[in-house]
Design a protein around this ligand. Structure first.
Ligand SMILES: NCc1[nH]cc(CCC(=O)O)c1CC(=O)O
Length: 303
């Protein structure tokens, strides 16, 4: 008798991370009913340190280290991540194998009271821990304060509900996955708030040199091109890891052109610059690099 293949998926324990891992598990089971898929939930260092901005305690890598170790020790076979939390440098032995179809890439503002969304001139307290969100929010709510807020999606929503903050910003992708999209009081279009690289896409990571052909049905070509362009852009600009940056690429379904928009700001407090560039999906990384270089150049020329 053929032995049953078991695939164990490592995931963070938050409700959002668990939903995402279960989503990938379901997709594998659907396209490969012969495979048994199990989740292996883990607490990561990033989840334990809740009182400081991530920028200050080591960045995105904190959410990934424990999952990487589990893959290397073969306690798991795959990790599922929100691509936006995956560092730009990936260890060679643990490649990203597949990218899921993109969920809503936009951000949304959630207010204590829905009417506050019109109060663009008021001194609101809008909690965020992301410099990308903060510097773009400043344009929309110029008189607001942006105190630090940490915790998972539900915790942040509770902190707004309790009145600790007047509002916060969350990704639509997370809200939708958790069935909380009703909470979005003001959805921000990419022109108003350029998303983080990878926002809305799930990345599936595994060990180099193993057979992961069962992921073929999951891997989404458009997401892959968008992810590569966005991440190539950020990689060029990542001098200090706390530099605010944003990148959003979109495959045009009709023309099959790949559009990339990016934001560059060398350091919070300095002015930022946005630009865009178009190409074909096979040029994804080149487009990202080229846009980053050109924004850098324009910036230093004082344009
Ligand atoms: N930093 C936490 C995080 N990582 C990914 C998402 C949303 C889901 C996604 O982008 O796919 C969130 C929550 C948020 O920023 O609101």
């Amino acid at each position: 008798m053929k032995e049953e293949r078991v695939i164990r998926i490592g995931t963070r324990e938050s409700r959002l991370a668990m939903w995402q891992a279960e989503y990938v598990a379901r997709q594998i089971r659907t396209s490969h009913p012969e495979i048994k898929v199990e989740l292996v939930p883990m607490t990561t260092t990033g989840d334990k340190i809740l009182h400081r901005a991530l920028d200050q305690v080591g960045g995105k890598g904190l959410f990934v280290k424990e999952l990487d170790l589990a893959l290397r020790e073969k306690r798991t076979d795959l990790s599922v991540h929100s691509l936006k939390d995956v560092p730009m440098e990936i260890p060679e032995d643990l490649p990203l194998l597949a990218f899921t179809g993109r969920e809503d890439p936009r951000d949304a503002v959630i207010f204590r009271d829905r009417n506050l969304k019109e109060e663009t001139g008021s001194k609101l307290r809008i909690g965020t821990s992301s410099s990308r969100r903060r510097i773009q929010l400043q344009e929309l709510y110029p008189n607001a304060d942006f105190p630090l807020i940490r915790g998972n999606v539900q915790t942040r929503l509770q902190k707004v509900e309790s009145g600790e903050y007047d509002g916060t910003v969350l990704a639509m992708a997370g809200l939708k996955r958790l069935g909380l999209e009703d909470r979005a009081d003001r959805i921000l279009e990419p022109d108003e708030m350029l998303p983080a690289a990878g926002q809305g896409i799930l990345a599936i990571q595994g060990r180099a040199g193993e057979d992961y052909s069962f992921l073929e049905e999951i891997d989404d070509e458009d997401s892959r091109a968008e992810a590569l362009a966005e991440r190539a852009f950020i990689k060029v600009l990542q001098g200090g890891c706390s530099a605010p940056s944003a990148a959003y690429a979109k495959m045009d379904a009709k023309t099959q052109a790949l559009w990339l928009r990016g934001m560059y700001c060398p350091q919070e407090g300095m002015s930022y610059m946005k630009g865009e560039r178009k190409g074909t999906p096979d040029q994804a990384e080149a487009i990202g690099k080229a846009l980053a270089e050109s924004l850098k150049e324009r910036y230093t020329e004082g344009d």
